[in-house]
Write a protein that binds this ligand. Structure first.
Ligand code: PHE
Length: 339
């Protein structure tokens, strides 16, 4: 029996040594230490031994058992540690590698400034309205008091699609469209793209943006026009900004004016940006012509209104110091990333 125990010990320890999987170890445990295992069988045979031999063999069997158990658990631990080491090795992160910066989108400078402008007018109770870019001659000219052959049509080089359909040359047609379907009080802002067949250069693009404003109600006066636009200018360009209105002519407003703001760059002292005048022209405006109200199905003896139209691109270029309008339309990422 003693020899058997020694043989088993050698055999088992050897197998444990060679095992490299947790499953193998479990198999070994069952084969030798399990209820029907080899060692268990030997222990069962102890009854046949003499009373002197029994405790000696018992002790030896226990030692063998303990040797096997501790070899098993040492090996289990060893296998687990190796598995962990491999896993850690595989999952190593080199924190010194440079990161990959995700590409974030940005608002186009035109959008950023448009949002600022609409916020200011929202604050004064305006709503936003929109109209089509492909427009009828009727809304773009006729109903704005510019009948066929009116000389003012020549000042807006128009892309005609056919005799009656064109690309709108300004956002003013939306004045008529809004008046047709909405009773006063009307207080709207109309941002949008407009088209003129100008030769392209640093200050001209065939596509640009306007923001139209229209207010129609009882007792609206030129004082309301000046007040609203002066508040706008101060919110937009800063409290120190001054405004000035110069007489002008538009067929759809009477009287008409152009509004200048004191130059944002030099605060009116005169610089390159304002061509040394101290002023920058930013919009055209006036009291809505009674005939235009009539085209809009509004009674001019009951209501009056004012309207204005500003060039968004020009304002964006002022604010960001951009000297070429074409940059706004080329979508060069290197340019756009600067804003
Ligand atoms: N529509 C005019 C333009 O494009 C601007 C304007 C709008 C003037 C409203 C007066 C009133 O130049």
């Amino acid at each position: 029996m003693r020899d058997k125990l020694h043989i088993i010990r050698e055999e088992v320890l050897d197998r444990i040594e060679k095992a490299d999987h947790a499953n193998d170890l479990e198999e070994i445990r069952v084969k030798y230490l399990g209820k029907k295992g080899e060692l268990t069988k030997i222990l069962r045979g102890m009854g046949k031994l003499s009373p002197e031999e029994r405790p000696v063999m018992g002790q030896l069997a226990n030692e063998v058992r303990q040797a096997i158990e501790s070899a098993l658990s040492a090996k289990v631990k060893d296998i687990e540690e190796r598995a962990m080491a491999i896993k850690l090795e595989e999952e190593t992160i080199d924190v010194t590698l440079p990161g990959e910066r995700p590409l974030l989108g940005k608002l186009h400078p035109l959008t950023t400034v448009l949002n600022q402008i609409t916020e200011i007018f929202f604050g004064m109770g305006f709503d936003v309205a929109e109209g089509p870019e492909v427009e009828l001659d009727y809304y773009n000219f006729e109903a704005l008091n510019m009948p066929k052959n009116h000389p003012a049509r020549d000042t807006q080089d128009t892309f005609y699609i056919n005799e009656n359909i064109l690309l709108r040359t300004h956002t003013s047609p939306t004045q008529i469209r809004t008046m047709e379907k909405q009773e006063p009080p009307i207080k709207i802002l109309v941002p949008g793209r407009v088209y003129r067949s100008d030769a392209v250069d640093a200050t001209h693009s065939p596509i640009f943006h306007q923001i139209e404003g229209l207010v129609v109600d009882k007792n609206i006066t030129m004082g309301d026009l000046k007040g609203v636009l002066d508040v706008f200018a101060k919110r937009m360009f800063g409290d120190k900004t001054r405004t000035r209105f110069r007489p002008h002519h538009f067929p759809f407003t009477e009287p008409s004016a152009e509004m200048d703001v004191s130059c944002v760059t030099c605060e009116g002292r005169g610089c390159r940006i304002c061509s040394n005048t101290g002023w920058i022209e930013i919009l055209g405006a006036g009291m809505v012509h009674p005939r235009v109200l009539e085209y809009g199905k509004i009674d001019p003896s009951e209501y009056t209104g004012f309207a204005f139209g500003m060039g968004l691109d020009r304002i964006v270029n002022q604010i960001f110091g951009i000297d070429d309008i074409r940059l706004l339309y080329e979508n060069d990422i290197r340019f756009l990333n600067q804003f």
